[in-house]
Design a binder for this molecule. Structure first.
Ligand SMILES: NC(=O)c1ccc[n+]([C@@H]2O[C@H](COP(=O)([O-])OP(=O)(O)OC[C@H]3O[C@@H](n4cnc5c(N)ncnc54)[C@H](OP(=O)(O)O)[C@@H]3O)[C@@H](O)[C@H]2O)c1
Length: 294
C-alpha cells in the first residue's frame, strides 16, 4: 500500500499502547513502537507480526518499526525525535500512552526533575513539540491516552517535589495530560488535531511482566483484585483508539474532544476546559523542557 499512515505509539509495550499497536497494524497502518528497551520493543514487534500472520494479514518488515526513548530524560527525547524525523518523512499520528507510577518519592532524577512528572508530562510534551511541524504536513492527529483523575496543580510545587504523596503526585500528572491535550487543540486548531482518550480499565493479563508493574502494599493489592474482577483486555481500548486514529477523513471534527472508548464525552472535563491552566502549564513546560533555548 503506497499511502500507509505512519503512527508513532509511546508506551507501546504497555496495556493500552500495545492494544493500539496491534489494532492499527491490522488496519494496515505502519506502526512505530516506542519504549525504553530495544529487547522489549522487539518482543512486542514479534507479537504483532504473529497476530498479523494469524489473521492472514500481509505486511512488510518496515510496517512494524521500533524506536528507543526514555521520556524521563530530555536528551533521550530530543535524540528520539531527531531519529524519528530522519526515519519517517511523514508522521500522520502520535499516540501518547507512556506512563510511570513510582512510589516512595519524590524520586529525583540527575536532571533535578521528579521522575513521574518528567516521564508522564515533560517527556511527552517535548517529544510532541519536536514533531509538530512534521505532523502538520500530514494534518496529523495526536491522541493523548488520559486518566480521569483530577488533582489541583500546585504552581509553587508543579512537580510535587516539596510535598510529595504518590497518589497526589501521580494524579497531578494525569491532570496535566488532559490540560495539555486541550491546550494543544486550542493552539494548533486547523494545523493538527489533538484528542484525549480515556481507555477505561485495561490490563493485559497475559503480560509476563505484569507482577513487576504492580505497585507494592495496599495499592498493589487493590490493583490485583480490580484486575481479576473488572479489567478488560488491551483490544477493548486498542480497537477504538485505532478507529479514532484512522477513521476520520477530517480529524479537525474531533479536535479538542474527549472520548471514553468509542463514545465522545459531552460533559466538560475540568482540566480540559480550564484555559488559564492550559496556557500557564504550556508556558511552564516550554521553559522546563528548554524549548525556548532553540
Ligand atoms: N490501564 C488502565 O486501566 C488505564 C486506565 C485509565 C488510564 N490509563 C492511562 O493509559 C496510559 C497507558 O497506561 P497503561 O496501562 O498502558 O500503562 P502500562 O501498561 O504500565 O505501560 C506503560 C508504558 O509506558 C512506558 N514507559 C514507562 N516509563 C517510560 C519512560 N521513562 N520512557 C518511555 N516509556 C516509558 C513503558 O514502556 P517500557 O517499560 O517498555 O519502557 C510501557 O510501555 C496511561 O497514561 C494511563 O494513565 C490506563
Amino acid at each position: 500500500m503506497m499511502n500507509k499512515q505512519t503512527i508513532l505509539i509511546t508506551g507501546a509495550t504497555g496495556n493500552i499502547g500495545g492494544g493500539a499497536a496491534v489494532a492499527l497494524a491490522k488496519r494496515g497502518a505502519r506502526v512505530v513502537l516506542l519504549g525504553r528497551r530495544l529487547e522489549t520493543l522487539e518482543a512486542r514487534a514479534d507479537s504483532i507480526r504473529a497476530a498479523l500472520s494469524e489473521a492472514r494479514i500481509e505486511y512488510q518488515d518496515t510496517d512494524i518499526a521500533t524506536l528507543v526513548v526514555d521520556f524521563s530524560d530530555m536528551k533521550s527525547v530530543r535524540l528520539a525525535a531527531a531519529e524519528a524525523m530522519n526515519r519517517f518523512p511523514k508522521i500522520h499520528g502520535l499516540i501518547l500512552s507512556a506512563v510511570v507510577l513510582k512510589q516512595n518519592g519524590p524520586n529525583i532524577l540527575p536532571s533535578g526533575h521528579e521522575l513521574m512528572f518528567a516521564t508522564n508530562v515533560m517527556g511527552p510534551f517535548l517529544f510532541t513539540q519536536l514533531l509538530l511541524e512534521r505532523m502538520q504536513q500530514s494534518d496529523g492527529l495526536v491522541l493523548h491516552v488520559v486518566a480521569p483523575h483530577h488533582k489541583e496543580i500546585d504552581w509553587d510545587d508543579l512537580e510535587s517535589i516539596k510535598n510529595h504523596k504518590t497518589g497526589t503526585a501521580f494524579n497531578r500528572t494525569k491532570t496535566c495530560n488532559r490540560a495539555i491535550a486541550a491546550e494543544l487543540a486550542r493552539r494548533y486548531a486547523r494545523k493538527i488535531s489533538s484528542v484525549a482518550f480515556n481507555p477505561s480499565f485495561i490490563i493485559d493479563k497475559t503480560d509476563p511482566e505484569l507482577r513487576k508493574r504492580w505497585p507494592s502494599g495496599f495499592m498493589g493489592f487493590f490493583w490485583k483484585v480490580m484486575t481479576v474482577l473488572i479489567a478488560k483486555p488491551p483490544a477493548v481500548a486498542g480497537e477504538p483508539l485505532a478507529d479514532l486514529m484512522l477513521s476520520y477523513r477530517d480529524s479537525s471534527a474531533i479536535n479538542g474532544a474527549l472520548f471514553k472508548l468509542d463514545k465522545r464525552v459531552e460533559k466538560p472535563d475540568k482540566a480540559m476546559n480550564d484555559e488559564v491552566l492550559g496556557k500557564r502549564l504550556w508556558d511552564e513546560l516550554v521553559l522546563l523542557t528548554g524549548l525556548t533555548a532553540e
